[in-house]
Ligand binder design. Structure first.
Ligand code: AMP
Ligand code: MG
Length: 535
């Protein structure tokens, strides 16, 4: 007899919807765009769509929600997760938040096109908020349309799941559904608008609260409500910290600092550039949130950002992400200052970010290099020189680190032999001058010497490296190929990439083609190396 205890109909999901039951909501119930004061959210229903069609779903997220596979085959699933029907227990709402955009306070932003359907409690007692992105207008839509296009929804769906399987804290994605409607978008804000297929992604996370949810209340001087939201967050998402009090506020903030640091260390490890680290895009749980104009480093360039909207200042470039997270935490500290009463303990708490980042970064780098532990005497210099080498010629970061594990650990070998496994990582062979090869050879010898100080076996070193340095990431051009096909109605590559990216650290002999360098055609193609906030 097979035990079948999963959910086979969406009306069986159990919602507790604590957020709307415990926190004050907007008194105004009409769906008109406005400033929403004295509330953490507004109740609003998704806008129905014409002809929803399921493109893909994540079976791991289905499992989190105890959903059986047959649920996804039903037309009802597509109806519910496109916003056409509310299943039993759903109480939809959009959250009110503000934020600093590109360093400037932007006032009220809020869920302009995201609608939370409610909070599911699964069989293990875990809380999972279901959220539709691209589900229509809300009071926070400002001048925009509340919709999302297929292009950006494929990117959000695939990257959320890829990041999870890479071990990076992230919001998840349950499903990707096309709406059967067309949406007008000016992809590069240059007057070239075109109609694109509309889509809705169902995102899933324990909470979608952002730094900006606290900031907007502080900016409006609503200390009572700020305290309510902080207390709610601590009780719901940080229960291990104990009952809220000024001391607990500090330990909460410290934990947010530490979690944020860990998230950023992971981004730097896998070469992920978020692209829009505004404070409204910073999760209070330290999850990667809001996949917009993000990108993956191909050639290692700390100055790179995929976001053309940020082309001038490059505020959110790869190498600047750790500093920006610190700055953003400073804004959160400002927002909760009134609850703590004095600035010093908050400043001290921010040191826990610096410390957690530094320790995390060192541990991460030792993992990437397969060293037993970080030794500042040798490793700062070893890593500095490596980063200079990676920057000096166009070097694919992912391939280089992955293949470093293949280098023979014998310093007696000739340069050519030592660096042979790494050649696949270089984009322009002519850049490999004799002088460069000598430097690289010297570095490899230095690395071999350092790795020989390990107490673990060489096999362990390689395993450790392969568990830290992914083979498969969602290369920008791969996402674009999947989008090109999806826009023609062919969803097979979306699903194939979803499958490959479930095991990013495994060798997958049949899927080698997805681990290759960016092809030349993708170097300057829109969507591959250049993206904007238009989505
Ligand atoms: P983002 O830059 O995507 O993080 O978005 C910043 C703000 O703009 C958030 O409040 C979003 O909800 C809102 N927003 C972005 N795109 C749209 C859209 N198409 N319709 C309504 N609001 C949007
Ligand atoms: Mg956002």
């Amino acid at each position: 007899m097979t035990a079948r205890s999963g959910i086979t109909h969406l009306d069986e999901l159990i919602f507790d919807n604590r957020f709307v039951h415990e926190l004050p909501g907007d008194q105004e119930l009409s769906n008109t765009r406005r400033q929403v004061e004295g509330a953490c959210y507004s109740r609003v229903s998704p806008t129905p769509v014409a002809a929803p069609k399921l493109v893909a779903y994540s079976r791991e997220v289905a499992e989190l929600l105890d959903l059986e596979a047959e649920v996804f085959e039903s037309a009802d699933f597509t109806q519910v997760f496109s916003g056409n029907r509310l299943s039993a227990g759903m109480e939809p709402y959009a959250m009110c938040y503000g934020g600093h955009q590109f360093g400037n306070w932007a006032g009220q932003l809020g869920d302009g096109r995201a609608i939370n359907l409610g909070e599911v409690i699964n069989r293990q007692g875990q809380r999972w908020v279901l959220q539709l992105k691209g589900a229509g207008l809300t009071p926070y839509s400002r001048t925009a349309d509340g919709l999302a296009v297929l292009r950006s929804s494929v990117r959000e769906f695939l990257c959320s799941e890829a990041m999870h399987h890479l071990g990076v804290p992230t919001t998840r994605a349950l499903s990707l559904i096309t709406t059967g409607e067309q949406v007008l978008r000016d992809m590069f804000y240059n007057g070239n608008s075109k109609l694109e297929p509309g889509a809705v992604v169902c995102r899933v996370a324990p909470s979608f609260t952002r730094f900006g949810n606290f900031q907007i209340l502080a900016a409006r001087g609503n200390v009572d409500l700020l305290k309510k939201l902080v207390d709610y967050t601590i009780r719901t998402d940080f229960p291990h910290l104990g009952e809220p009090s000024p001391t607990v506020y500090l330990s909460w903030f410290e934990e947010v600092c530490r979690r944020t640091a860990q998230m950023i260390v992971h981004w730097q490890r896998v070469g992920f550039v978020h692209g829009v680290m505004n404070t409204d895009n910073m999760s209070i749980l330290g999850l990667t949130i809001d996949y917009g104009p993000y990108g993956w480093l191909e050639n290692y360039d700390p100055g790179w950002t995929p976001n053309t909207t940020d082309a001038n200042g490059r505020r959110y470039r790869f190498g600047n992400q750790p500093q920006i997270a610190f700055w953003n935490l400073g804004q959160l500290a400002n927002a909760i200052y009134s609850l703590v009463g004095s600035p010093e303990p908050l400043q001290q708490a921010m040191n826990s970010y610096v410390l957690a980042f530094e320790q995390g970064w060192q541990a991460m780098m030792t993992g990437k290099l397969g060293l037993d532990e970080f030794d500042a005497k040798t490793d700062d210099q070893l890593i500095d020189e490596l980063q200079t080498l990676l920057r000096d010629v166009e070097t694919d970061m992912t391939i280089f680190y992955r293949r470093l594990a293949l280098v023979e650990m014998n310093a007696e070998l000739a340069d050519e032999v030592l660096m042979a496994p790494l050649l696949a990582a270089f984009y322009v062979q002519e850049q490999l001058t004799e002088q460069y090869k000598t430097r690289l050879g010297n570095w490899i010898r230095q690395y071999i010497k350092r790795a020989q100080c390990n107490e673990t076996t060489d096999e362990n070193r390689r395993q450790r490296m392969n568990a830290t340095n992914p083979k498969y990431v969602l290369r920008n051009y791969l996402a674009q190929l999947a989008i090109d096909q999806a826009e023609q109605g062919d969803y097979s590559l979306v699903n194939e990439l979803l499958e490959v990216l479930r095991r990013p650290y495994d060798e997958q002999p049949d899927n080698e083609k997805y681990a290759e360098k960016r092809p030349d055609w993708a170097r300057q193609r829109a969507g591959c190396s250049m993206l904007s906030c238009s989505s």
